[in-house]
Design a protein around this ligand. Structure first.
Ligand SMILES: [Zn+2]
Length: 306
């Protein structure tokens, strides 16, 4: 017996050491309970507004993606038009994209070529939605390709988390946000309770139609937005936590090179991907909308003239 006890202890120690050595995020996140039914008001809509794109491959977007699997990386904004206020998620490319792109990481400048079609603000104006009518631009995060279009929204509040404002004010990865100025940035918190596996949330309109949750990882203050429209559709805007939908649907992390290039916290990003994957299991039909997946964007409602 005295000989067995040390060996059991050694086994237990070895097991606990192995558990420590393994990335803590290897275990899949548990499927959370479904949230209360949302009550989006009649007339609320979601519209996708592409402002341009760049080309890359699935191999750059997620582990297991093919090098011959060419992907269009769209850049733009999602308009959520709620009777209590119009919210624009991200700002897409602005008119001065060529200059703005010079703030991107050098490797990115050498490998991709973003092409501007039409800035979001111009498309909004053409559709009868003046920029001045927006309640806020809500940034999923403050990277260059999400803030470039802010040059056209000088009077609009820009909602960010405290962690993202700190990132925008100080980080290397947010040079353009600083160049354009963070004077309009307004910090919000997550005053509401757990939502789909996330400990905290903000139900912006108190009707379950637009619920923000923190997804730190890609940047320290990244967020995801669950959007539920009156036609029964359910969306989650995941920003750049995943570049293409497979990041969440498989789930799969970005490849090592992409992680090093763009994720402030690679393991943290993977934890959020697993949590979003679990959330998708709890909401049948949930449409996962990465900020750059053109295939998903092509299925979203386009902006209609008012
Ligand atoms: Zn990003």
């Amino acid at each position: 017996m005295p000989k067995i006890i040390p060996s059991l202890a050694a086994l237990a120690l070895a097991a606990s050491l192995a558990a420590c050595a393994a990335p803590p995020s290897q275990a899949a996140a548990p499927v959370p309970p479904a949230p209360p039914a949302p009550h989006p008001p009649a007339g609320m809509t979601l519209s996708a507004i592409a402002s341009g794109s760049t080309r890359s491959t699935a191999a750059m977007a997620f582990e297991g993606g093919g090098r011959d699997d060419r992907r269009t990386f769209v850049a733009g904004a999602i308009l959520v038009d709620h009777p209590k206020g119009k919210l624009l998620f991200d700002a897409g490319y602005g008119r001065d994209l060529a200059t703005h792109f010079k703030t991107a990481p050098a490797i990115m400048q050498a490998t991709i070529k973003p092409v501007l079609t039409t800035p979001v603000a111009q498309q909004l104006a053409a559709a009868g939605v003046p920029v001045s009518s927006l309640k806020a631009v809500v940034l999923t995060h403050a990277h260059w390709d999400h803030v470039s279009g802010l040059q056209h929204f000088s009077g609009t509040p820009v909602w960010v988390t405290k962690a993202e404002l700190d990132f925008a004010d100080h980080a290397d990865g947010a040079k353009l946000a600083r160049q354009l100025g963070t004077g309009n940035y307004k910090v919000y918190d997550f005053p509401d309770g757990p939502y789909l596996g996330f400990d905290h949330s903000w139900d912006i309109f108190d009707d379950g139609s637009v619920v923000l949750v923190p997804t730190p990882g890609h940047t320290p203050g990244s967020i995801a937005a669950f959007v539920n429209t009156p036609d029964g559709k359910r969306y989650v805007l995941v920003g750049d936590t995943a570049w293409q939908a497979e990041g969440v649907t498989l789930p799969a992390p970005k490849p090592a090179l992409s992680r090093m290039l763009v994720d402030a916290d690679g393991p943290g990003t993977w934890t959020m991907l697993q949590r979003l994957h679990a959330a998708a299991q709890a909401v049948p039909g949930l449409v996962v909308v990465p900020a750059h997946d053109a295939r998903v964007w092509s299925t979203l409602p386009p902006l209609q003239a008012r």
